[in-house]
Design a protein around this ligand. Structure first.
Ligand code: BGC
Length: 397
């Protein structure tokens, strides 16, 4: 039974590493007397959670706080469903410490409507160090070296690339591959500006060709596998690599693994200096009860505290959503993530992740997902996929 001073939190943090991070948040709120009513909806990328959310809102019973990504936040704000957090934001000076790239999603019409808890990024590779050492594989620097390394692993009888065949996971690979083929300019033109020429270009065909190459390094049982089970394959040494957002690091840490010693984290070869980011933010749905509103504000404030941002993100695998949090408590991958983010943000090489709702609204994202997944599963060759992508994106706008 929820009390007014409780927050009911809808989220999709159900893997081992995610649950550990969630507990940091729960404990932090509990210490401030805010009760927690848990509403987990499993499914990476949050599609299932967003379906549940729509049903709850339609039934007139929205949860008080919801984990949300990018354009979904803007969509709910546009419908007038989200509470205004300006009081807390202004009192605490969020404007001065939250990077612009995040504010673009946390604010609507100039008003704060979400509290960003982290910054993740998708163009990462996670590798089992022991497997690489045993096979004499050095950390690949270029795409060709990466392909050669995967071939070596495959020849040894192990799985080269741990992957789960779910649309959002296929799309997560796609984020990194688009950057590796055409860099930030091409990524922006194709996935953010939706320029039909870029979407239909030879470069895009090359992207799909690379997706086919990756598909050749995935094991036979990949269909439908959850992302954290794919991470487990790398952790256990059954597989060498996983291309996945840095939430994967949460799984390695949960298993007691240490960066550089047990596992490696490096950018998708060919994407050094570039970051495709997504930020988990908590949006508060409008509620009438003043005590419930106070609980929402207290939660928003707790999320934004620098101490919490450090404690939470150290466990989650992400980096803080504020620029003034020291990196002392972070491991080597976290420190690299923070430095990469700052560098990409200064150099204009920071782009919103298409796979995780930071490049376009859900309709366009889903249209892209369909084509990417169909091609990954062999339904389209690269040339057909390019044509389908142009049409699907056009129809979805
Ligand atoms: C979220 C992460 C989450 C991942 C897998 C992403 O969309 O941003 O916080 O860990 O999905 O569930």
């Amino acid at each position: 039974m929820a009390h007014a001073e409780d927050v009911e939190v809808l989220h999709w943090w159900t893997s081992g590493g995610e649950a550990a991070a969630l507990n940091v948040l729960k404990d932090d709120l509990a210490a401030q007397g805010i009760g927690w009513v848990d509403m987990p909806v499993a499914g990476g990328g949050g599609e299932a959670a967003m379906t549940t959310l729509r049903a709850r809102v339609t039934a007139g019973d929205p949860p008080t706080a919801v984990q949300m990504l990018g354009f979904d936040i803007q969509d709910w704000a546009e419908l007038g469903a989200l509470a205004n957090l300006d009081d807390v934001a202004n009192a605490e000076g969020w404007d001065g410490v939250v990077p612009e790239a995040l504010q673009r999603f946390s604010k609507y019409d100039g008003h704060w409507i979400a509290a960003p808890v982290n910054v993740h990024s998708t163009n990462w590779v996670w590798a089992n160090k022991k497997v690489l050492d045993e096979l004499g594989i050095a950390q690949p620097q270029t795409w060709d070296e990466f392909v050669a390394a995967m071939q070596k692993v495959k020849d040894s009888g192990k799985t080269a690339l741990a992957h789960g065949g779910q649309a959002w996971q296929d799309a997560t690979l796609f984020d990194g591959v688009v950057l590796s083929v055409g860099g930030v300019d091409f990524y922006k033109k194709a996935l953010i500006d939706l320029d039909p020429e870029a979407l239909g270009s030879d470069q895009m065909k090359e992207v799909f060709d690379r997706m086919t190459v990756l598909r050749g390094f995935v094991d036979d049982n990949f269909s439908g596998r959850d992302w954290n089970l794919a991470s487990a394959m790398v952790i256990n040494g059954d597989a060498a690599f996983q291309i996945m957002g840095d939430w994967a690091k949460g799984e390695f840490l949960k298993a007691g693994d240490v960066p550089d010693q047990d596992f490696l984290c490096f950018r998708v070869p060919g994407t050094a200096g570039m970051v495709s980011f997504n930020s988990d933010q908590f949006a508060m749905f409008k509620v009438k009860d003043p005590a419930a509103q106070d609980a929402q504000k207290a939660m928003a404030s707790a999320i934004m505290s620098p101490k919490f941002q450090s404690a939470f993100n150290v466990v989650k695998g992400s980096v803080p959503a504020r620029t003034d949090v020291p990196n002392d408590a972070f491991d080597a991958c976290g420190k690299k993530g923070m430095a990469d983010l700052a560098e990409a943000s200064a150099n204009g090489t920071l782009v919103g992740s298409m796979a995780h709702g930071h490049a376009n609204r859900a309709a366009v994202k889903n249209a892209m997902y369909d084509v990417i997944t169909a091609q990954f599963n062999g339904e389209y060759d690269s040339a057909t996929a390019v044509e389908e992508l142009v049409t699907a994106v056009q129809d979805a706008q």
